[in-house]
Design a protein around this ligand. Structure first.
Ligand SMILES: [Zn+2]
Length: 210
């Protein structure tokens, strides 16, 4: 974007809208961080952790969450004030990028000292393998010329197959403070070989959106 052009287009309304958007975003993001930093220890306690310290306001996770919320809310406001401009696309991309960073930080931070990327996997332990039924019917999907879905037709009797679900526990240790913790995971080992629908590409163009 041409900076000179942006300055030229500035007037009191723009500046006021900018200030209001900024303040609203700061307030909402603060509320989100306040809520999440209380929610996470409550969730940990519920899942059986014995000693649950309070998530600090200025942990890397909280700061990253604040930045993500800030640009997420700003993108919504830019859509209200400047629907024709490219602000929305820019802010949304930034919020999504920061969202991924926030998740990585959350997943890699020590629940005791809150330092990040000090988590070390020390051991894995399978808890159990459970057989579960998966019910399905044969399915044919018809696609438009652009590859989007046109129709979905189910046929035949309902079939049943057995899938194995594994539950396992991972043990971690913090390389900074020595804190140890664990987490339980569950995954369908047969998810990849589920029967896939039969796909037929038609010569029909997708309907034109108004
Ligand atoms: Zn630690």
């Amino acid at each position: 974007m041409d900076f000179g052009l942006a300055l030229g287009a500035m007037n009191w309304t723009n500046i006021l809208e900018g200030i209001i958007s900024g303040l609203v975003s700061i307030l909402c993001s603060t509320a989100i961080v306040w809520f999440v930093t209380r929610l996470i220890p409550a969730k940990r306690k519920k899942s059986g952790a014995d000693d649950v310290p309070k998530e600090p306001y200025f942990s890397p996770f909280a700061l990253s969450l604040f930045a993500t919320s800030f640009f997420g809310i700003l993108s919504g406001l830019s859509l209200v004030f400047y629907p024709e401009s490219s602000y929305f696309a820019g802010f949304v991309s930034l919020a999504m990028f920061l969202g991924i960073i926030t998740f990585l930080i959350y997943d890699n931070q020590c629940p005791n000292c809150y330092r990040i990327f000090k988590k070390k996997l020390t051991r894995k332990e399978t808890i159990n393998d459970e057989e579960r039924e998966y019910r399905y019917r044969d399915c044919t999907v018809y696609l438009y010329t652009d590859g989007s879905e046109k129709d979905r037709v189910y046929s035949g009797e309902e079939k049943v197959r057995t899938e194995t679900w594994r539950t396992w526990k991972e043990f971690y240790e913090c390389q900074a403070c020595g804190h140890r913790w664990d987490k339980i995971f569950e995954r369908n080992l047969d998810a990849d070989n589920r029967p896939k629908p039969n796909i037929i590409r038609t010569k029909v163009d997708p309907p034109i959106k108004v």
